[in-house]
Write a protein that binds this ligand. Structure first.
Ligand code: NAD
Length: 296
């Protein structure tokens, strides 16, 4: 018989991830407080659970893809107390981007109940979630990470084991700080070119083959109309919301303070995204930072 997955959080990322598990032959029971998202996932073969407890009953794996650490801790420990209702044979895999301390708490609380758990935050965006090409950055015990490959391999092409509990989140935090920095740099360079008479498509082609090449430019171009199928060409809808990038940059600054690391560009990126958020852009994709520079 095929294995069963309980999937919490069917948003931009979790929706397509859960659908890929259905495609791979898993029985998936999904839960999200937003009913419309349950309906969309149901149309892709994900079973609807009417409560968190119903979702985890009989599950081989419990996966979650939630906005932040408060949501994760509320679901598993503080509010829904899911860890008290999960069978000892179940592996818990939290894919949300949260503070390393949140992941350590989840994994420790699980261990105290005789349960195995890992963190597995992802990179690759909504396009990677749809295509099943995400990169997972796992933290936790090796045996648990190896076991998780049975499900993770159907949602991603890379499964990295960063180290013990918290290490996956630390890798993810560093990655997203760098992502924010090169997205902002790409947006300001493109705007400078456009303001000086260049076609943003031509400038993008030139920089992609030159020393300015980077992921934001090549895969997620922030200038509208340069690439098809990216949020910039869809009024910055879908994708990775500004409010989530603000969360990640906040996590990086907290970690930098604790480790007494200097992250001047990370700090500036946090401030720029914070101002962009305050200007009412929280729900837009993070590449909308382009509009901060285009004042025309
Ligand atoms: P999202 O807001 O689209 O989806 C999160 C979903 O979780 C929402 O539908 C929400 O209703 C649901 N949710 C909240 N509490 C819940 C609970 N207790 N039980 C079940 N569902 C619950 O966000 P997203 O873009 O899918 O991001 C999810 C996570 O993935 C975040 O931690 C984000 O930082 C990370 N991430 C996002 C991207 C991206 O490109 N969007 C890329 C990498 C990582």
């Amino acid at each position: 018989m095929g294995k069963t997955v309980a999937f919490f959080g069917l948003g931009h990322m979790g929706g397509p991830m859960a659908a890929n598990l259905v495609e791979a032959g898993f029985t998936v029971k999904g839960f999200d407080p937003v009913a419309a998202l349950l309906d969309i996932s149901a149309s892709r073969g994900v079973g609807k659970a009417s409560s968190p407890l119903e979702a985890v009953a009989g599950a081989d794996y419990v996966l979650s893809m939630l906005p932040n650490g408060e949501d994760v801790e509320a679901l598993y420990i503080d509010r829904d107390k899911l860890l008290d209702h999960i069978a000892e044979t179940t592996l818990v895999i939290d894919c949300s981007t949260v503070a390393a301390s949140s992941s350590r708490r989840l994994i420790t609380e699980a261990q105290q109940r005789g349960l195995d758990a890992i963190e597995a935050p992802v990179s690759g965006g909504v396009a990677g979630a749809v295509a099943g090409t995400l990169s997972f950055m796992c933290g936790g015990e090796t045996a648990n990470v190896e076991r998780a490959r049975e499900v993770l391999q159907h949602m991603g092409s890379n499964v990295f084991h960063a180290g013990p509990a918290g290490a996956g989140q630390t890798a993810k935090m560093c990655n997203n700080m760098l992502l924010a920095i090169h997205m902002i740099g790409t947006a300001e360079a493109l705007q400078l070119g456009v303001d000086n008479g260049l076609d943003p498509k031509v400038l993008s082609e030139i920089m992609q083959k030159s020393s300015g090449a980077n992921w934001s430019l090549e895969k997620y171009n922030p200038y509208p109309g340069v690439m098809e199928n990216v949020p910039a060409s869809k009024n910055y809808e879908g994708g990775f919301m500004v409010k989530l990038m603000c969360k990640d940059l906040g996590l990086a600054q907290q970690a930098a303070t604790a480790s007494r690391s200097y992250t001047p560009l990370g700090s500036l990126a946090r401030n720029l995204y914070g101002l962009h958020s305050l200007a009412g852009n929280n729900e837009l994709d993070f590449s909308s930072i382009q509009t901060l520079f285009n004042r025309k």
